[in-house]
Write a protein that binds this ligand. Structure first.
Ligand SMILES: [Fe+2]
Length: 272
């Protein structure tokens, strides 16, 4: 796989705070010549509302013409009303197949059952340590997802992410198709890499809050601490490419510096 990256200049607005679309292009031999797949990655919305009705987000998502949309957790916030997340889901439902994995905030909300019901009402497929095989114009795609490990604390004390992944994904070895894993937390990438995914998409880090372009890619990320190894952007890790969204939300009490909220578009094409 030969990833490259470009930054788009299309702007979004969140309560007057500019956001943007970041686009990555990957090549894979898993697709037939001419095949392709466009993934829109929505992460860490935290129920934020862009321009009152989510229109800038909806417009950017529509313009990307996604084949699938992946929601990588913390779409809902544990302390903010669910309305912003529900509004976005309502507006993008039916535009492309929607897949979701949990984040820590959905579990911490104490309202995971109602969140699951809201997602289901918009035909969002929840990937709870499971995968689906998709036949898309570009070729075969395996879309997999793992739970946030907060499940063990808030939902099922017997839950063990490593064991759940082993049960769900050991059979992927040898299966054909482009294999994508959605997982909220990038810091467990070495666990995810056991299953040879072509692409892992994550969030959770909010880009490390503070960046100095070319010098510092993220100052602090939850669960990784200061100077996080996996803060945001694209990482080539052997066979697997990891793409971490810097997320969409802004916390007014924790500034984002040189780190605007972002929507991620991943274009995957046939190649070597
Ligand atoms: Fe998170």
């Amino acid at each position: 796989m030969n990833p490259s990256m470009k930054r788009a200049s299309r702007g979004l607005f969140f309560s007057g705070c500019a956001a943007h679309t970041v686009e990555y292009t990957l090549e894979t031999p898993a697709f037939e010549p001419g095949g392709g797949l466009t993934v829109v990655l929505i992460s860490d919305l935290h129920s934020a509302v862009f321009a009152a009705d989510q229109e800038p987000l909806v417009k950017a998502i529509t313009q990307a013409e996604p084949d699938i949309i992946l929601l990588t957790g913390d779409i809902f916030d544990s302390r903010i009303a669910r309305a912003g997340a529900v509004l976005l889901l309502e507006r993008i439902a039916g535009r492309a197949p929607l897949f979701y994995v949990t984040g820590n905030h959905e579990y911490r909300s104490g309202d995971i059952e109602r969140i699951r019901a809201a997602l289901a009402s918009f035909q969002v497929r929840i990937l709870s340590d499971e995968y689906v095989a998709l036949k898309l114009p570009g070729g075969g795609v395996i879309a997999a997802g793992t739970e946030d490990p907060c499940k063990a604390r808030y939902d099922d004390s017997a839950y063990n992410q490593g064991a759940a992944m082993e049960r769900a994904f050991r059979e992927l070895d040898g299966m054909r198709g482009f294999k994508i894993l959605a997982a909220h937390r990038p810091e467990y990438i070495e666990l995810y890499r056991r299953y040879n995914f072509d692409l892992v998409v994550s969030g959770h880090t909010h880009g490390g809050q503070v960046r100095i372009p070319g010098i510092l890619n993220g100052l602090y990320a939850p669960n990784q601490g200061f100077f996080p190894k996996y803060a945001g952007g694209l990482y080539r890790l052997g066979k697997t490419t990891l793409i971490i969204s810097r997320g969409l939300a802004v916390n007014p009490f924790i500034p984002r510096i040189y780190n605007p909220p972002e929507l991620v578009v991943i274009r995957i094409k046939a190649g070597v």
